[in-house]
Design a protein around this ligand. Structure first.
Ligand code: TYM
Length: 321
């Protein structure tokens, strides 16, 4: 089994990224794991170069601090050559309609005067990430499910056209916290690019900031702690976060508080305890950039070596080599 997944440096790592993805990458270590900061994907809505560099470094440190094996980590653009080649081959395997059907493309492109081609082909580059490394499992939050589905389709189609080169991957989505919602607006998912929202909790937030964000979380006027994701999404979100941090079910978590104020305090404290060691380790790692760069270079070499045989096979069977 080869697990692979990535995170895009389009903002600071937030609680949804952590509970829905990063924490699981670190918890269930497998020898063939590969996790990366997908800086190329950040180019669809590019931060300024200096900020992109800083965010890439910060996310890399957070992944290490979360307990991911340094051997399993790399930065996507360090494999820009390999990925660029496979990305093109896969773009020529994917139809316009398939790419345009992706929910994220529709959401992010909606209402924009000019939409970048990169926003359309974003999931194809994801497929290149996955297929290049022969990943069989892709641990993600539920928002990435459809993209992994496209990677499956492209792998199957390529194999049927040219011969068996790629493993067919599957998405692995968690039972709780697969879609953490914005505390200020439970109708939308928590997103790191939504920097202005007071309802996005960042992994590197100080405890007091986290407490304040939870205290202001939007709920409803009922003040009855019960898990009802459709009817009461704000409370359900708090219960899911509490359940993920305390490793219970949201139903059990609901028994631990009798008022919303109690619930908000309990969730805030559970999140603070969950994130504290990660924040402290990440801050230390960010003090030693030489060591971070060394780990990055080592990871790049390993990931590139692993990618080569599959890339060469793809070039060969298509007649390019
Ligand atoms: P990104 O950076 O948007 O998110 C990283 C991971 O966090 C999950 N996630 C969430 N989970 C629960 N609740 C939320 N509110 C929430 N927000 C985000 C995402 O599902 C994801 O698992 N395109 C990808 C990165 C990528 C990738 C790949 C992933 C690039 N290549 C190949 C898998 C395989 C992205 O931007 O994720």
């Amino acid at each position: 089994m080869t697990r692979l997944s990535g995170i895009t440096p389009s903002g600071h790592v937030q609680l949804g990224n952590y509970l829905g993805a990063v924490r699981r990458w670190a918890a269930e270590r497998e020898p063939a794991d590969l996790f990366f900061v997908s800086d190329l994907h950040a180019m669809t809505t590019p931060p300024r170069p200096q900020r992109l560099r800083a965010l890439t470094r910060e996310q890399f440190a957070v992944l290490l601090a979360a307990g991911i094996d340094p051997d399993a980590l790399f930065v996507q653009s360090d494999l820009a050559g390999e990925l660029g080649a496979l990305n093109w081959i896969l773009e020529c395997t994917c139809s316009y309609g398939e790419a345009a059907r992706m929910i994220q493309f529709k959401e992010k492109g909606a209402g924009q005067e000019s939409v970048r081609v990169g926003l359309l082909t974003y999931p194809v580059l994801m497929a290149a990430d996955i297929l290049l490394q022969g990943a069989t499992q892709v641990p993600v939050g539920s928002d990435q499910d459809q993209h992994v589905e496209l990677a499956r389709t492209l792998a199957r189609r390529f194999n049927a056209n040219y011969g068996d080169v790629f493993a067919v991957p599957e998405a692995v989505v968690p039972k709780t916290a697969a879609r953490v919602r914005d505390l200020a607006d439970p109708s939308r998912k928590m997103e790191k690019s939504n920097q202005q929202s007071p309802g996005v909790v960042f992994v590197l937030d100080e405890p007091d900031v986290i407490r304040r964000k939870f205290r202001r979380a939007v709920t409803d006027g009922l003040d009855e702690v019960r898990y009802d994701p459709d009817g009461r999404p704000g409370v359900a979100n708090l219960l899911e976060i509490l359940a993920a941090c305390t490793e219970t079910s949201p139903y059990t978590a609901a028994e631990s508080a009798s008022t919303y104020a109690e619930l908000k305090d309990a969730v805030a404290e559970a999140v603070i305890e969950e994130l504290r060691p990660v924040r402290e380790r990440a801050r230390k790692l960010l003090d030693d950039l030489t060591e971070l760069d060394r780990i990055r270079a080592h990871g790049a070499k390993r990931a590139s070596e692993r990618a080569q045989p599959r890339l060469q096979a793809a070039l060969r069977v298509t007649g390019l080599r």
